[in-house]
Design a protein around this ligand. Structure first.
Ligand code: FE2
Length: 312
């Protein structure tokens, strides 16, 4: 393992990954180049567009008052509710004027180093396909509704947009230290499941929360989960749940705070000191935590997803 500081400066081309760095064994479809970008967005059918519209209206019943104001403003700025799956080129033109980001179509999953490379260049890779009526309520792989509705509105916020780029730039280093899980936990607890303290209460800005109907209410209002102020070092040592509601959410004061905590972090030092596995369980409260609410964990203690337990 590297013992000296690793400096990554050239983000114009894909990195060479040494053989000992683990990269997910994804097989690149033949029609895609090294950047893994689809040549064009899928042609959606009228049924696909209707699924987008129904998902959109379902979210609009629960988001006002629970979603971060930056997210609600982003939905408006990009007019994502105008009907049907948004056209990536038109959306990117609008987004580009606001923060210099674009949205690019990719197949379901792309390799980590390619994902980081796109983020480092202010390109957000979004899944091309949309879920079906059969998987309307829950899908494991992120589809275009999760990726665009959940993630893209936050990219209209200049500070959050800068944070996402810095995150991308931090990725290759984590891979070289073999600490991708730790950096992944940071993404999970901010970009996917982050909460923010606003003047009138706790709101959600994470895409994993905002693109589904249940977790928005649970994350912001339920008694079960812990809500703890974000500490990047602690979060990168914390395990998380992939296919159920989170036992713990981390809360930021502002996007400036999130940006600062991340760019000022000496990741080389952190990775050298981090054990390969997570130190803290996903429901743990530890003595350094600044705890806003200590959760009852009732939902998980009753069995969580599939048990019939209410997300209270
Ligand atoms: Fe996501």
């Amino acid at each position: 393992m590297a013992t000296t500081a690793i400096k990554e400066q050239d983000f114009s081309r894909l990195p060479e990954m040494p053989e000992e760095v683990f990269t997910a064994p994804l097989r690149r479809p033949e029609h895609l180049g090294e950047d893994w970008l689809e040549p064009k967005q899928t042609d959606y059918t009228s049924q696909d567009d209707a699924i987008w519209d129904d998902l959109f209206s379902r979210q609009m019943e629960v988001l006002p008052g629970r979603a971060a104001s930056a997210f609600m403003a982003g939905l408006d700025k990009l007019d994502l509710g105008k009907g049907g799956v948004p056209d990536f080129a038109a959306m990117s033109a609008d987004l580009g004027k606001l923060t210099g980001w674009s949205v690019v179509p990719v197949p379901m999953l792309i390799p980590d180093h390619v994902f980081f490379w796109h983020l480092a260049n202010r390109r957000f890779p979004a899944g091309n396909f949309i879920r079906t009526r059969e998987t309307f309520d829950y899908i494991q792989e992120p589809d275009v509704f999760h990726d665009v509705f959940g993630h893209v509105p936050m990219l209209t916020d200049p500070t959050f947009a800068d944070y996402m780029q810095e995150y991308g730039k931090a990725g290759w280093k984590a891979m070289r230290y073999n600490r991708l899980k730790a950096l992944g936990a940071l993404y999970w607890y901010t970009v996917e499941f982050g909460l923010i303290e606003e003047a009138d209460g706790i709101k959600a800005y994470g895409a994993g929360i905002l693109s589904g109907p249940t977790e928005v209410v649970y994350a912001t209002q339920a008694k079960s989960p812990n809500r703890i102020m974000l500490n990047v070092d602690r979060v990168m040592r914390t395990d998380y749940v992939i296919s159920d509601l989170q036992p713990t959410y981390f809360v930021i004061e502002s996007f400036e705070d999130l940006y600062r905590q991340t760019v000022e972090r000496d990741f080389d030092r952190l990775y050298r000191n981090l054990p390969p596995a997570f130190t803290y369980a996903n429901s743990a409260v530890i003595d350094v935590d600044n705890v806003l609410n200590r959760g009852t964990q009732e939902y998980l203690l009753r069995g969580g997803r599939g048990s019939g337990a209410a997300p209270v």
